[in-house]
Design a protein around this ligand. Sequence first.
Ligand code: G16
Length: 545
Amino acid sequence: SLPVESIRALSDLHPKPASLRFQYGTAGFRTLASVLDSVLFRVGVLAGLRSKKLDGKTIGVMVTASHNPEQDNGVKLVDPRGEMLDTSWELHATALSNAQTTDDFIGELEKFVQALKIDLSKPARVVYARDTRPSGDALVSSLEDGIKAIGAEGRNVGVTTTPVLHYLVRAINTKGTKESYGEDSEEGYFLKLATPFKKLVSTRPALSPLLIDCANGVGAPIAERLAEHIGTSLPFILENASITTPGALNNACGADYVKTSQKLPPSLAGPLQPSQRGCSLDGDADRLMYFYLDEQSQFHMLDGDKIAALVSDFIVDLVKTSGLDSQIKLGVVQTAYANGASTKYLSERLPVKCVPTGVKHLHHAAEHYNIGIYFEANGHGTVLFSQATQDLLQSYTPSTPAQSTALDHLRNVNQLINQTVGDALSDMLLVEAVLAHRAYSGIEWDSLYVDLPNRLVKVVVADRTQFKTEDAERRLVSPAGLQDKINELVRRYEGGRSFVRPSGTEDVVRVYAEASMKSQTDELAFRVAGLVYDECGGNPATRPK
Ligand code: G16
């Protein structure tokens, strides 16, 4: 039975704030760090139960608010193969987090254990980590109380990136099996990335140094250690690596800043030389944006869509050259945020599917292909090789030297990619390897297709839960009538496209717009934002400007 006494004693130390409602959203629980204590405790208990339900397999817990401001924090659960928590458990997580008193919480737990027939005599194991946020330490203590309350065994990895934690979960659970993912240590992670990368670039001319904007977050110490393993194959120049400066995290730097403002972080204006490749990580190093300055010092952004195009072309060619194109079906998954020009470019080459925002949706859709490539425009993505495809790559006998070389490259690409989740550092090495093979600079990569001008705007509304969408978030069904007004507006703009959706990680509604001309795009975005505001407005001071 449930260790009710131990749960009660510890739960009383982590009371739920009255009047707050929590939700396990796009990326777990995410809100102001100061209100998350009870949530972390309960997630500890839940992680233990998830492990028991899965026969003692190790479950991961990551304490991070990724690209959000420093005062936010959050927590997400990682399932045994390193993937996001099974969607059906998101509802349980939400329900448990909202039980008001300790008695309510225990009551919910009892119901839940019975309904899911969880065998409480099973062992439970949880591995956890956090990013560099100052609030992380205290929240990890609350999580540890939860892990202790349910009698689970905890393993604290300390401060590391989200992708390292996902890697560790998979490595722990596949240890000693034929699907072994590598050593279950950070060292194992570095080797998994560095070894195939070095092989992939060994026959290519040396790469020039890459400038990495670490968003003043956990990417900095991890990239520093990765650099030691990569050595001279690719020199790293780390910028925005101040992880102890209060308020610096994600502030005017990082992948989200680059994508939303479409500008170079001001701190890089000196360090980045014209034509040099630069990239930005986000606060937990699972997103990646590339950029360069041209000879006129004009900024050019290479986002998740451009990464998808670069990587898809490369893998399509390797599959063809290795002689496996009749046996391996490839596909790309995007969201509504994908630039229309990227969707056109990719659709001319391979099947493309559009799904709602959130890595879990993209990941699941990508699993339907033998090799599924998924990237959100914001730079969050990876490539999945099905187990059967991985087996095929091992057993296939090439018949020409060209086939053999392509097969070697494919095997290394498969190794290099962190397939559990989007991983900025693994993606970065993949991009660098492809650029080396193609002999591309940022300019040639950028010219694969020309982005349609686009604009992303946030609107603060009274209640974002009023906003409901369908058709992979491309159409609003609620508030009633708003979509018709948006459509009418969009029709007046050449090449116009716009959609509105509630954010799953911030208390805002997002508006995306695209059109043939930049000035028209901005106008369309702000007019749609104005429609949203007028319909459901919030505080007048927050009217979109
Ligand atoms: C999370 C999710 C991403 C999503 C992003 C923004 O990223 O993992 O899939 O694109 O939030 O979501 P929304 O527009 O709903 O706020 P991260 O990097 O913050 O974990």
